[in-house]
Design a protein around this ligand. Sequence first.
Ligand SMILES: [Fe+2]
Length: 446
Amino acid sequence: MNGTENSDLLLKIINSALKSKKLYPPGHPSIAAPVNKVFQLLSEALKTDNNVMIGILHETLVFDDNMIQDGDKLYPDILSYMGDKNIDALIFERGTSVKELSTAFDILSGPRLQGKELQRELHTKGVTHITLKSIPTGKRNALEIYNGAVEVVKNVMGEVRMGKLPKTEPVNNIIEEITETVLSDQNAIMGLTMIKNYDNYLYNHSVNVSIMAIALGRNMALDKEELHAVGVAALLHDVGKTGVAEDIIRKPGGLSSEEWEKLKEHPLLGSNIAKRMEGLEELIGRLIYEHHIKYDHSGYPQTTSSIHPLSQIITISDAYDALTTLRVYQQPHSPVEAIKVMNNFSGRHFNPDTLKAFVNMIGVYPVGTMVRLSSNEIGVVTKLNSEFPALPFVKVLYDMEGNSLEASFELDLSTSQDKAIVSTVNPATTTTDIGSFFEKEAANAV
Ligand SMILES: [Fe+2]
């Protein structure tokens, strides 16, 4: 834009337009006047420039490429507005009409929307020449957190293998992040537990168990400290396997009794590591020690003393993830089959109340279940419906003839009266890999 005078005037008027927006209802002449003035000045500027940008860089107001000295004092409303709304740049392109400008001011001054939502609303309302850039909130999405957790486990195990004591802080931090996501976006992160990495089984398994344990703990209304301890213990439950030879861990069944004895040491080894890690609560070591002790005290290590009630949260999550994973010695069970198998061991391997809470949490058709609908279409359960558990949300991937759909679509079975789930489908009979499906879903949600 030519001349600082024009830019000063433009900022001044935008500032006052924003101020008057706070004071007057839409359509009031006190708003129309500055909007018209902004339009005039903008049009002038856009004769020579393709676009005009107002932004914030390191908390300083920027106009096109120029830092505005004392911008915070001269135009406080613009700065506080953009900060509140998570916008870091407003870009006006050549062709911006007065109508777009006026609509934009209406939308931008609304109380509810922020950042990306504002941009979407602008588009919906036909404003195509004004673009917003939103400030990333610094929060990672579900997939980034999932991958971050895999890294944390990998590092922890790597440190142990090198004879070092693993650092506690990254473990605590990732558990905080997972817990937050379980609260805000449970379906997405539960979907990601369908990622079962055959080659790096141990890392993904540890992450999956911690996600499920946190979700279950939350459903059982644990307090904050307990939930954190359960999450950390779940993430580290198999850390003792670093002390067991790789070929024993990967052996396709049929361990010799000597090898089996060695494998059975991993809960004790793991709990000793956790006990030595700085600042980890003692309970964590105990939960790790007990993760293979069953409700009826079968399993290992052998003990007659009572087991901590929270250790069952890990035992159950561990069993579920193991059952739903392809192993050298086992085809994966579908989520529904896994629940059936586990229910058979209720009261023996598993505490019936904890198992019931787990089954309730993951639903009749857990997220990640592949299902056939009454229309003969095939899809994957993506979201639960707590009110109507048998009518979850399903992303349809195959049409009624079994052809893979180019554009998959989501169905809310509670509102699509003519469609219901008639059976589950083994994903191995289709071309879909459920883990990659959720990975893509999460990446697209960004
Ligand atoms: Fe284990």
